[in-house]
Design a protein around this ligand. Structure first.
Ligand SMILES: NC(=O)c1ccc[n+]([C@@H]2O[C@H](COP(=O)([O-])OP(=O)(O)OC[C@H]3O[C@@H](n4cnc5c(N)ncnc54)[C@H](O)[C@@H]3O)[C@@H](O)[C@H]2O)c1
Length: 383
């Protein structure tokens, strides 16, 4: 039985759900604008074969909290197309989707990148609506900011790590760090850790893990990745199974690959005093509880990996400007914001003796609630 779409609505939102379809291309898609109390809804656009309205609504809600936790003035939104991102008719479907949302875009929503979409797809959206402001994530040749190439998210993860380590009186210079994942996020984080003087004792990809208590030669690993992709670890050698990176003796653990990898078993045995979530949802709820009991600090994903949304905020702002976004300004803001937010969440978590995730959600919810209150919408009248 399909749940009623009204069931998705609670006191926060969504404010608007727009389902669209197109007979000729078979396009089916949805835009969910969750909560705009703090600003226009913003969140990426994804394409996947089994996409559902409920999934897009959940992601839109996550964006509401992410923007508020980072203290940037956008609201939560997300859009999605149900379809195969590798299909031959992708461009026609994207164009049909853009046309169907022409009433909402760009006034209420701006397309962005998420699973299944690339910079080239953002360019199609902008072209179809005849408006460069209809999408962010455009190729550099159209004035866009190449987030992954610049490594904005990984840089932010490392900045958050440095701020959290300082709180624990752990000097990042000389600290031993293990990183799971060596993609856009993991690699950029490792590069920044090396600049900050940390010793990288483990790095893994889906192909394996390299471990060296004396420190991995990061430059060499980066060069190998350029040539061999995920197989850089086996080329560096000797490689162990990927999971080995999570159980090495380290001061700081950085999951930057997949969800649910830090489970109760890892939480029970890790030697790390600090875990920084580079990936989304890498720590299970049970593991978070256990880590809190063990006095191990976890910097939540939507605090630590918010570098991408700081970059997205700059891109939103620059959509109609002839001047491309200056990466230096983005990095400066990522550093300042993520350090301040990490500090604030750890402080709240300590003062109230609650896990940092709970502290971060509470902080985001307080900000959204206050914005809703100021707009004159008492909570009890929202249902
Ligand atoms: N790219 C961003 O700006 C961004 C922003 C916020 C959150 N994230 C999240 O960060 C995570 C990583 O994103 P990314 O953009 O770096 O992805 P990516 O595809 O560039 O890299 C993923 C890396 O993880 C590795 N990996 C996969 N399975 C593994 C396993 N079992 N063990 C060890 N390594 C494994 C892959 O080999 C690869 O090196 C995802 O959870 C993503 O949602 C990314």
């Amino acid at each position: 039985m399909t749940a009623d779409t009204f069931d998705l609505i609670d006191e926060w939102g969504p404010e608007k759900i727009v389902c669209v379809s197109d007979r000729r291309t078979g396009m089916r898609g949805v835009l969910v604008i969750d909560n705009t109390a703090r600003g226009i809804g913003k969140g990426g656009t994804r394409m996947s074969p089994d996409l559902s309205v409920a999934e897009v609504a959940r992601l839109a809600r996550t964006m509401t909290w992410k923007w508020a936790a980072t203290d940037l003035f956008h609201g939560g939104a997300k859009a999605g197309i149900q379809g195969d991102p590798r299909g031959a008719d992708k461009e026609r479907i994207l164009r049909a989707f853009a046309r169907a949302l022409a009433n909402e875009v760009p006034r209420e929503y701006v397309f962005g990148l998420d699973m299944g979409l690339t910079e080239a797809d953002a360019a199609i959206f902008a072209d179809e609506l005849g408006d460069r402001g209809a999408a962010v994530g455009l190729p550099a040749a159209l004035g866009g900011l190449p987030y992954d190439e610049l490594g904005v998210t990984g840089f932010g993860v490392a900045e958050a790590t440095d701020a959290a380590a300082a709180r624990l009186a752990l000097d990042l210079k000389g600290a031993r760090i293990a990183v799971q994942g060596f993609g856009a996020v993991g690699q950029a984080a490792v590069r920044r850790y090396a600049e900050l003087g940390a010793v990288i004792v483990a790095v893994s990809t889906a192909e394996g893990a390299v471990i060296d208590a004396d420190g991995i030669d990061i430059q060499r690993l980066i060069e190998l990745r350029r040539e061999h992709g995920d197989r850089c670890v086996t080329e560096y050698g000797p490689a162990q199974p990927p999971a080995a990176a999570l159980s090495v003796d380290a001061d700081i653990l950085v999951p930057a690959a997949r969800e649910d990898v830090i489970d109760v078993d890892v939480a029970k045995t890790t030697t790390a005093a600090l875990i920084v979530e580079g990936a989304n949802l890498p720590t299970t709820p049970a593991a978070r509880e256990l880590l809190h009991e063990r006095g191990i600090t976890v910097v939540p994903d939507f605090i630590a990996n918010a570098g991408g949304i700081v970059a997205a905020a700059h891109s939103m702002d620059a959509r109609q400007s002839p001047f491309p976004v200056e990466p230096g300004a983005v990095f400066t803001m990522i550093s300042a914001k993520l350090r301040a937010n990490t500090d604030r969440v750890i402080e709240e978590s300590r003062q109230r003796d609650i896990p940092p995730h709970q502290a971060a959600y509470a902080l985001a919810q307080e900000r959204v609630r206050e914005a809703m209150r100021l707009r004159g919408a008492p909570m009890e009248r929202q249902r």
